[in-house]
Every structure is written in structure tokens, then in C-alpha cells.
Design a binder for this molecule. Structure first.
Ligand code: KIV
Length: 287
């Protein structure tokens, strides 16, 4: 059986269907995880700039180099292709070919419109992504419109914008005052007008999440939420938070595994096996 391919079109249909079950999204930074997340049926994989922290060990997402993020995106694409193309064994039931979203890092779309459009295009050509995500407010409208018009679909990331953390001294929620909430709702309207086929909203109060969901539903545009209530059409989390691989995670994270401890257990067993010279004695053969 062919593996269902998740497209912007299929998610738009879902956003326009009353009562449809929300879709799931996770960050993903490598081909191995991509294979397993496809088999789990995760509909959208985001190669987020959180790779700066989760992969490269930086303290801030703004330290993410563009070329590295492009290489990671291409790796995730290869993982999707491997998981969804029947070779020796057919993909297990429930496997999907997720939509692949590349996250434009800090300063890759801020300096000029031309450079922003060119860098966005690199995510489609070099990264083999299906769309790009940018942290925006209304001041980004014209460059976002140019990207969409050029055929580079943009997911507008509104609400809390981690790339601006230096302005506030750290990551924080957004839209808590009436004025801020109105500004974020306006950002959403402007991004819909700029032709964005998807929006993402981070760390805002439930009521604002609901207001933006209503706006997006009317426009048949899927809204992905993170820490923004349960009304959004889809929900995303940072994978390492979900899997219990981070030492500290935001309060809204629902951890579904404790892989950190599992890794420690497995590695300790290896340490013991090696110390006891019990590493196996079979001769090495190539496949
Ligand atoms: O970079 C990222 O991982 C993100 C998610 C937190 C939404 O933008």
C-alpha cells in the first residue's frame, strides 16, 4: 500500500473540516529520528533552529548557522525517503510521508528582502523542504509575500519569537496584555493576507490561541500551536522534550518517554560488557 503523503493541501482540508482531529508535529534534526517519526505517523516534521541547543549545544536558538540547518534539513528528507520507500520490507502500517518544514535561522531573512527570498529558496532546493518557517510580525509582510509569490510556501511563526530573546533577556510568553494580544492577532491577519498557507503560534494565552484559530479556520489555513492551548489545528513540540532527553523543559510539555534514562542504562551495560571483555567474539563480516 502506498504511504500517505501529507501536503499543505491535505492539512488545509483538515483545517477546514469542523471536528477534524488535530494533526501532530515534532521537531526532527536527523535522518534516523525522521525514519521512526514517519513510522509513528507524525504529520509535520520541523527542522527547527532549536537544533542550535539540542544538536550543537548552544544556549540560544540565535546561534544556529544557516548552512548547518540546511544540511540537517536535507538529512531529515533522506530519512523520510528511506522510511517511506519500500525496499526490502514494506513500511509498517501507519507510516506517513510527513510535510517537511525548514526553520530559517536568525539573520538569514533579516538583512534584505533579496537575501531573505534567496535563503528561503535554498531550503527547498538544498534542504528539499516543503516549506519554510520564519518568526515574523507585520514588518516582514512584504518579504513573506514575495516568498509565497515565488512559490516558497511560508509558515508564519507568531506570538513568542525565541530569536528575539536578547531583547527580553530570555525566552518568554507573549500576548499577555490586551495591546500585545491585539498586535499578535493583527500579525496573523497580515500573514494570511501575505498568502501564508500555514501559521504557527508560540506561548500565548488560550483565548488568543482560540481567536487566531478562528481567523485561520475562516481562511482554511492550518494553525500549529505550541503552548498556546488546545484549539489549534495542529500541535508541535521539541522532540527532545517529548522524549525526556532534556534536563529542563517548558511547563506545557507532556513527556511521553524517558529516553534519557534508557540511554544511560544501555550505555552503562556497554561499559560493563567492555570491562568484562564480553563484547562478542564473532568475526567481522561485511554485508
Ligand atoms: O525551532 C523550533 O524548534 C521551533 C518550535 C519550538 C516551534 O520553532
Amino acid at each position: 500500500m502506498a504511504v500517505p503523503r501529507i501536503t499543505i493541501g491535505s492539512l488545509r482540508k483538515l483545517a477546514a473540516t469542523p471536528g477534524a482531529a488535530p494533526f501532530s508535529s515534532l521537531t526532527c534534526y536527523d535522518a534516523t529520528m525522521a525514519r521512526w517519526l514517519c513510522r509513528a505517523g507524525v504529520q509535520v516534521l520541523l527542522v527547527g533552529d532549536t537544533a542550535a541547543e539540542m544538536v550543537l549545544g548552544h544556549q540560544r536558538t540565535s546561534d544556529m548557522p544557516l548552512d548547518v540547518l540546511l544540511a540537517l534539513t536535507a538529512g531529515v528528507r533522506r530519512g523520510i525517503t528511506t522510511a517511506t520507500t519500500a525496499t526490502d520490507a514494506p513500511p509498517p502500517d501507519g507510516t506517513v510521508a510527513p510535510l517537511l518544514m525548514g526553520d530559517m535561522p536568525f539573520l538569514s531573512y533579516h538583512l534584505s528582502e533579496d537575501e531573505a527570498v534567496r535563503n528561503a529558496g535554498r531550503f527547498l532546493t538544498e534542504g528539499q523542504a516543503d516549506l519554510v518557517k520564519l518568526e515574523v510580525d507585520t514588518t516582514f509582510a512584504s518579504r513573506v509575500e514575495r516568498m509565497n509569490r515565488a512559490g516558497i510556501p511560508v509558515c508564519a511563526h507568531i506570538g513568542s519569537r525565541p530569536q528575539r530573546a536578547a531583547m527580553t533577556g530570555g525566552y518568554s510568553s507573549a500576548g499577555r496584555t490586551k495591546e500585545e494580544a491585539a498586535a499578535i492577532l493583527h500579525d496573523a491577519k497580515v500573514m494570511l493576507d501575505a498568502g501564508c498557507p500555514m501559521l504557527l503560534i508560540e506561548a500565548v494565552p488560550d483565548e488568543l490561541g482560540q481567536a487566531v484559530t478562528a481567523l485561520c479556520t475562516a481562511a482554511k489555513v492550518p494553525l500549529i500551536g505550541i503552548g498556546s492551548g488546545i484549539s489549534c489545528h495542529g500541535q508541535v513540540l521539541v522532540l527532545t522534550d517529548l522524549l525526556g532527553l532534556t534536563d529542563k523543559s517548558p511547563s506545557f510539555v507532556k513527556r511521553t518517554a524517558n529516553l534519557g534514562s534508557a540511554v544511560v542504562d544501555a550505555a552503562r551495560q556497554w561499559v560493563d560488557l567492555v570491562a568484562r571483555r564480553e563484547v562478542g567474539n564473532s568475526p567481522y563480516t561485511s554485508r
